[in-house]
Ligand binder design. Structure first.
Ligand code: UFG
Length: 320
């Protein structure tokens, strides 16, 4: 079985490509390299192109059985400043991709959605029943695409899985792929930069939240666990069903707990600096992962310590 991994030179897509190959799937990576990195697609069949380039994608689809779509802009803050960029790419161009798929014989589609579709959850842990009320344009674009998948599923027989990722983190154990964001805005890589002396300190965005230590709680999920869920998603699609499921560990850690874990695992001191809250950050986002376990037999296997130790190994490789 061959899978077109759209956005496969990015952080999560490249991990999915590696896991797919390990499980015996043929993989074609499609990426415009706007935020992806050629090095993350090393050793794969890489086609460089835009997701709205129907002719180019149609040709590749004739050789594929399924599509995984990772190619999206994913900075919450930037989406507030520049919503046009987000709606244009994550909705308009992504719908062109979806329509190209519908014109092919491929009917299996896996989509990278996000817990940002829930906005401020009414209840934590968050189940898939939580109302989808995004509080930023990034989440709104992901919800729009989820809605399109649901309608296309009903009307045209598309089979899809929307995976709502919680906080993707960590790096593959083989050391070949890891997180490469420019600019880097994610907590764990920024903590490492402070540990390595590449920045004076890591900012802690608010310590006055209604949580045990006052800092925000998130559900950090190892990127290889996410990647493995995608392979199980393909198997699920073969049953002819569609779904939207959370991918999280079910365990929440505060910013201060993550800093402490990094200090313990790396043996380095992490200078911190308490700043104001970052607008739009809910105090606590933790998944209820029961549906993914029930439908896909998927469960996070890797702990926060595994996330930090694999990511630390990756961060220390001088090439990056
Ligand atoms: N944080 C800091 N200091 C930093 C960076 C982050 O204290 O320098 C805190 C944040 O306030 C948050 C936590 O660390 O509480 C994690 O922040 P990240 O920026 O690493 O991740 P987010 O939770 O903001 O973002 C993730 C995904 C998004 C998704 C969002 C849903 O990366 O794609 O969850 O809320 F949209």
């Amino acid at each position: 079985m061959a899978v077109l991994v759209v956005g496969g030179a990015g952080y999560i897509g490249s991990h999915a490509a590696h896991v797919l190959r390990r499980k015996g799937y043929d993989v074609i990576i499609y990426d415009d390299l706007s935020t992806g990195h050629k090095t993350l697609a090393d050793g794969f069949d890489l086609v460089i192109g835009d997701i709205a380039d129907s002719a180019k994608i149609a040709k590749l689809l004739s050789r594929c059985d399924a599509v995984m779509h990772f190619a999206a802009h994913a900075y919450v803050g930037e989406s507030v400043q520049n919503p046009k960029k987000y709606f244009h790419n994550n909705v308009t161009a992504a719908l062109t991709l979806l329509d190209t798929v519908m014109e092919s014989r491929v009917r299996k589609f896996i989509f990278s959605s996000t817990c940002a579709v829930y906005g401020n959850p009414v209840k934590v842990p968050i189940t898939e029943e939580n109302p989808r009320q995004p509080v930023n344009p990034y989440g709104a674009t992901k919800l729009a695409f989820e809605n399109a998948l649901e309608a296309y599923g009903r009307a045209y027989g598309l089979r899809f899985v929307s995976f709502r990722y919680f906080n993707a983190a960590g790096a593959d154990e083989n050391g070949k792929v890891g997180e490469l964001h420019a600019p880097e805005t994610h907590l764990i890589p920024l903590i490492f930069q402070a540990a390595q002396g590449k920045r004076a300190a890591v900012d802690i965005f608010g310590d006055d939240y209604p949580t045990a230590d006052g800092t925000c709680i998130r559900d950090y999920i190892h990127v290889t666990d996410l990647a493995e869920a995608h392979v199980l998603g393909l198997e699920y699609l073969s049953k002819g069903e569609s779904t939207a499921v959370n991918l999280g560990s079910g365990d929440g850690y505060s910013v201060k707990q993550v800093v402490a874990a990094v200090e313990r695992i790396t043996g380095r001191k992490v200078p911190t600096h308490i700043t104001a809250r970052r607008p739009g950050d809910p105090p606590e986002l933790v998944a209820d992962p029961a549906l993914a376990e029930k439908l896909l037999k998927w469960k996070a296997k890797r702990s926060l310590d595994d996330i930090i130790s694999t990511a630390w190994k990756w961060a220390q490789q001088s090439a990056h």
